[in-house]
Every structure is written in C-alpha cells, then in structure tokens.
Design a binder for this molecule. Structure first.
Ligand SMILES: NC(=O)c1ccc[n+]([C@@H]2O[C@H](COP(=O)([O-])OP(=O)(O)OC[C@H]3O[C@@H](n4cnc5c(N)ncnc54)[C@H](OP(=O)(O)O)[C@@H]3O)[C@@H](O)[C@H]2O)c1
Length: 279
C-alpha cells in the first residue's frame, strides 16, 4: 500500500543510472513531479523524455557532487524549479572500485565528498523546502557495507582502499540520518536510510568486478517504501536493510562519534550549526 504521489515533488540524486533511475521513473509513474539529477546530460535528457512520453513530469538538473559549489548551485536550481519538496532521495554515489585515493574539487577524499558530504549539504540547504511541504521525507541511500570512521584520519591519508572509503562514507550517511532525525523531531520531516539490496545489477557493481545477485527493482522497492509507505510517514531515524528495519554498525549509536561527524560536516560544508548557535 503506497500513498499517492500525485502533485508531490521529489528530487532523486544520481538518477541518470542504476537504482536512482528506476526510482525516479516509478515516482513519476505514480504521479510525482520528479527532479532528475546527474552529471550526464545525455542520459538525463533521455530519462526526462521517456518520463514525459509516458505522461509524467520530469525536470533535469546537472551538478557534479564532487564540488560543494555545484551542490550549492543545485540547491538554488531546485529552489527555482519548485516552491517545496515532498521527498529528497540522496542516492548518488560512487562504488568501491579503484585502488588509488582520489580527491574532490574541495580537496576532500572523493567518496566522503560525493557519497556523504554532498548529501549533507544538499539536505541542509533544502530543509526549508521540505518543511514547507511537511509531512515530507528524506531518504539516504546508504549500504550494508559500513566501516567505523577514524576521526584522526577521516580523509584516509593512510591505509586507503576504495572499499574502506566507500564503507566509511556509507556509515557517515547513516550517522547523519540518526542525528538529523533527532534534530527534526516534531518538525514534520522524516529522515530514514537504508541498504537497498545486495549487489544490484548496476554500473558501480559491475565496475567493482562483482557478479550482481539482485536487481534494481528489488532495491528500488526498498527505497520507494521509505518514500511512499503511509505507515512510515511519521517514523524517522530508521535504518532499513531492504524492506525491513535493521541495525547498522555500532558507531551509528555512538553519540560522541555522531557529534564529531556533525561538527566536522558543518565545518567542511561552510555552514553554521543551528543547534550550536543556540547554545
Ligand atoms: N548497487 C548495489 O548493489 C548497492 C548496494 C548498496 C547500496 N547502493 C547504493 O545505491 C546508490 C545508487 O547506486 P547504483 O548501484 O544505482 O550505482 P550507479 O548505477 O553507479 O549510479 C550511481 C549514480 O550516481 C551518480 N553519481 C556518481 N558520482 C556522481 C557525482 N560526482 N556527481 C553527481 N552524480 C554522481 C551517477 O552518475 P554517472 O552515471 O554520471 O556516474 C549515477 O547516476 C548508491 O548510493 C550506492 O552506494 C548500491
């Protein structure tokens, strides 16, 4: 049972490929005005055209999430596109492949920057639009692949591997979800996160050399449940594995680690923490 998406506006980051593309198409089929996001204009336009031909509404916004300036421009473009947001799906991500450490445009370790920090900043910038439309939802697409963050070396200057970078960025998304849910309690915006499915048949899985064992339909259904299920409308701060509530890495429950990540994230993103300002 899903609530109707008719007349609702949803932004899905990383919807030019993989499970994000599937979710964007499904939301449009259910009547949502979908804001597609990606880096590749050709694939983005192809999806927007397909949605329009099927009678849906789609707009395409282009931004490289490896740059905080582009994240800010994306948030501004979303504000020009719509007066409110009913759902934000932070889905864009880079997988585990690649042995060489890479940096984003701001000098931060690339997976931390794209998979986590970009979504953190985008969410904070779009919160007023989500609150305007409440009850609204934020869904952070994380992963069962998680690794505790070493706060002495968040940018992984030592002992780097693509898998470690991916896993710490995914746990950071979960810690952010729990932290934001606490902050937003009683404010009509639910924020949840999930591991959609294991080794879906997508570009990131194929690039890592792993044989896919699930489909985007499977992972997409789990994401869509968090976006549309009426029973989850007022439930926040949850981590799902597929269709079921589950437990992430213990660091997600470590209040001190969450406080450290929060302070670091506001600092790196160049934002003032509204809670710190109140003290
Ligand atoms: N596949 C799995 O089995 C699995 C399992 C657990 C969690 N997940 C999570 O599910 C989400 C989607 O993954 P997927 O498997 O669908 O991967 P995918 O097919 O590789 O799609 C990733 C999407 O993110 C976009 N993206 C990557 N880097 C970007 C950047 N710098 N700026 C803007 N967009 C960027 C990609 O755009 P381009 O096409 O231009 O690169 C693409 O649209 C990820 O967060 C992933 O961690 C996946």
């Amino acid at each position: 049972m899903t609530m109707t998406m008719k007349g609702k506006t949803a932004l899905v980051t990383g919807s030019t490929d993989g499970v994000g593309r599937y979710v964007a198409e499904r939301l449009a089929a259910e009547g949502a005005r979908v804001i597609i996001h990606g880096r590749d204009r050709t694939r983005g336009e192809a999806l927007a055209d397909r949605i329009t031909q099927q009678g849906g509404h789609a707009r395409l916004l282009i931004a490289d999430l490896a740059s905080l300036a582009e994240v800010r421009s994306l948030a501004e473009a979303v504000r020009r596109e719509a007066d409110g947001l009913d759902a934000l799906v932070n889905n864009a991500g880079i997988g585990t492949s690649g042995a060489r450490r890479e940096l984003g445009a701001d000098g931060f370790e690339l997976r931390f920057a794209v998979n986590y920090l970009a979504g953190f900043l985008l969410t904070r910038l779009l919160l007023p639009m989500l609150e305007r439309r409440g009850p609204s939802r934020i869904v952070n697409v994380a992963s069962a692949g998680q690794q505790a963050i070493d706060f002495a070396d968040v940018m992984l200057t030592r002992g780097y591997s693509g898998a470690r970078a991916y896993r710490q960025s995914k746990l950071a998304q979960i810690m952010f979800t729990f932290d934001l849910a606490e902050e937003l309690a009683g404010r009509n915006v639910a924020v949840n996160c999930l591991h959609p499915a294991t080794f879906m048949d997508t570009t990131m899985v194929r690039l890592s050399g792993v044989q896919p064992i699930s489909t985007v339909e499977e992972g997409g259904a789990a994401i869509l449940q968090l976006v549309t299920s009426p029973s989850l409308e007022r439930r926040s701060g949850l981590y799902f594995s597929g269709m079921r509530a589950s437990r992430p890495d213990p660091q997600a429950f470590d209040a001190d680690a969450r406080r450290k990540l929060r302070a670091l994230s506001f600092d790196l993103a160049g934002l003032t923490d509204p809670l710190a300002a109140r003290v």
